[in-house]
Design a protein around this ligand. Structure first.
Ligand code: ADP
Ligand code: MG
Length: 584
């Protein structure tokens, strides 16, 4: 995500205002309630004086007592309401940011995800957004109320004695310069602290994802060290930020003491020369004293904002990652829709500018209907062909067409609605088995579901499971075997009635009996649909209508099994060794 840092980012506060805007009236109400609560608190001494006066003159105190209790209760109630409204608003700001980020992350281009750490992206949604809570309450409200009080006090000081105000402002300006040096350090340390949280999230995600291998390899200590190091780095940087925040707060406090002393000295001299009277000096000194609270509040708001703006910058970076247009609900092809044709023309592609080319001018044509097998050594670029058809990535040059139309001319949701895709290592999502099957077509009816369960030989599994289709297949489908997962993925793709079916080593983990059955199912589907398969089993490859032999990012040959065995030495070798090794 370092590339984002080189761009000139829009200021973080603008992003914050975007999240705050929908709640501005609630925020204002909360701030006003807090201000009024503070102001009514100031009335208390007046009522107390009344009460003492009544006592001194032997008058009934019921009136003053009632007023006092009323004031105290109203004060507490408004204070509570104000605090509640502010906190609630701040939580709504966090919610808004989390919603925006979650929606955006789902739209990210696969390329952007390839180059990011999922754990770090997660930390940006979960942890960085949390920091917006304090920014909203402490920074925005603090800056608003503190700033208002500050301006009002300064105006009053100017009315009392402009010269002494000049002296005070000079001291404040000097302190402001020092603060200007400290504040960026808070920001930098906060940024590093939150980056470290991201690193920790990424490390955790990797470790938990590979927990079995970590345990089996006895590598717990190594992983532990990496996790602790990230946690310690966050601690170090947070401590550094705390140090500078403390320095900032006390610089402001010190400045006010110095202002007090300077005003006393300069004011004393002015009293001596008769420029002002003692009453003026005393009044001014009182205002200097009053200035302390709002200045502390404003400086607190500014230092607090540094943490928040570091978080905002991290959120902003995530929101600048390349994304697809928002997915629109696209209708699935109707039953009996025409199968699709696919063509690659001189496609060149690499996963990133700093990585080698994976496709060096790939060309092939697949007519509508029938089965086409892609074969070739691993790393040849077969899976990449499917990724390009789904437009997870776009080629650098050359053209890919579906039904003769360039993929770029298809509305993305419509393109994907036409395709059923079983990826290599297709995952099972959390939820029930039924949720997993209906993922790509929630509207599929029971008859279609029953039919697909039968053709993918999942009916036996459903019968065995305690709650049948409603059994939770759970986190990452650990309760299903690899072969079962593959059959679920195929069933899921078939339920979409795709015009183009992409199967990437989709039956590699099936036993011989299930594999033979699925082969018949796929052959059946290929009569009405265009099917592309990446396969290693000779039995699957030989039944294909055509075979595309790929090697090192190029198409070597296209033909039937019989033609290729005679014409292509690589294919002949694959057929003789690799296929047979994997065949039943
Ligand atoms: P095949 O499916 O034929 O085994 P792939 O299409 O998966 O080959 O991969 C072709 C090449 O592209 C491989 O060298 C692989 O390392 C590389 N590759 C695949 N996916 C990515 C990715 N997401 N980012 C970078 N390189 C990748
Ligand atoms: Mg592959």
């Amino acid at each position: 995500m370092s590339t984002a840092e080189t761009q000139t980012p829009a200021p973080a506060w603008r992003l914050l205002l975007g999240y705050v805007r929908p709640h501005r009236w609630a925020l204002l109400a909360g701030a006003v309630l807090s201000l009024v609560t503070g102001a009514t608190g100031l009335l208390l001494p007046l009522v107390a004086r009344e009460l003492i006066d009544d006592l001194a003159h032997d008058r009934a105190v019921t009136g003053a007592l009632a007023a006092m209790s009323g004031l105290v209760i109203a004060n507490a109630a408004m204070g509570a309401l104000g605090a509640y409204v502010l906190q609630r608003t701040a939580e709504s700001v966090v919610l808004g940011a989390r919603r925006a980020l979650s929606s955006y992350l789902l739209r990210l281009r696969v390329r952007a995800v390839d180059r990011s750490e999922p754990g770090d992206l997660m930390a940006r949604i979960t942890s960085d957004t949390t920091l917006l809570r304090e920014v909203t309450t402490d920074s925005l409200v603090g800056l608003g109320t503190g700033g208002l009080t500050l301006v009002a006090t300064v105006v009053m000081m100017g009315l009392v004695d402009p010269v002494l105000l000049g002296v005070t402002l000079a001291v404040i300006l000097a302190a402001g310069t020092v603060l200007g040096l400290i504040v960026p350090r808070i920001n930098r340390a906060s940024r590093r602290a939150q980056d470290a949280v991201g690193v920790m999230g990424a490390a955790l995600e990797r470790t938990l994802g590979a927990l079995r291998t970590v345990k089996a390899s006895g590598a717990e200590h190594r992983e532990e060290r990496a996790l602790h190091e990230a946690a310690e780095e966050s601690w170090r940087q947070s401590v550094r930020a705390a140090k500078w925040s403390a320095a900032a707060g006390n610089t402001a406090g010190l400045a006010m003491q110095i202002a007090f002393i300077t005003v006393l000295a300069v004011g004393g001299a002015r009293v001596a020369t008769g420029a002002v009277d003692v009453g003026t000096l005393v009044a001014f000194l009182l205002y200097v004293f009053y200035l302390m609270a709002p200045i502390q509040q404003v400086v607190g708001a500014i230092t607090q904002y540094q943490t928040g703006s570091a978080a905002l910058a991290r959120i902003q970076e995530a929101l600048r990652l390349p994304a697809e247009p928002p997915a629109r609900p696209a209708p699935l092809p109707p039953a009996g829709a025409e199968p699709a044709s696919v063509a690659f023309r001189d496609v060149r592609f690499r996963y990133a500018d700093d990585l080698p080319y994976v496709h060096h001018g790939v060309t092939f044509t697949v007519p509508a209907r029938g089965m086409t097998a892609f074969v070739g050594p691993s790393g040849a670029g077969k899976t990449t062909v499917f990724s390009l058809i789904e437009r997870f990535y776009d080629p650098e040059s050359g053209e890919i067409t579906l039904d003769g139309r360039g993929l770029g001319d298809w509305e993305l949701s419509r393109l994907r609605a036409a395709i059923g895709y079983v990826e290599q290592d297709a995952p099972v999502l959390s939820g029930s088995l039924r949720d997993n099957l209906l993922l790509g077509n929630p509207g599929a009816d029971d008859a279609a579901l029953a039919h697909v369960l039968k053709t993918t030989r999942l009916d036996g599994l459903v019968a065995r499971l305690p709650q049948g289709l409603d059994t939770l297949v759970g986190h990452r489908g650990t309760k299903l075997s690899g072969g079962e997962r593959q059959r679920v993925a195929i069933a899921r793709a078939l339920l979409r009635r795709p015009r183009l079916l992409l199967l990437d080593e989709a039956t590699s983990q099936l036993d011989a009996v299930n594999e033979a059955a699925l082969r018949d199912t796929v052959a059946d589907v290929a009569r009405t649909t265009t099917v592309l398969v990446v396969a290693h089993r000779l039995s699957t490859v030989t039944m294909a209508d055509r075979i595309v032999v790929m090697d090192a990012g190029r198409v070597r040959a296209v033909g039937t099994h019989r033609e290729l065995v005679a014409a292509d030495p690589l294919y002949a070798e694959l057929a003789a060794t690799q296929f047979l090794a994997a065949a039943d």
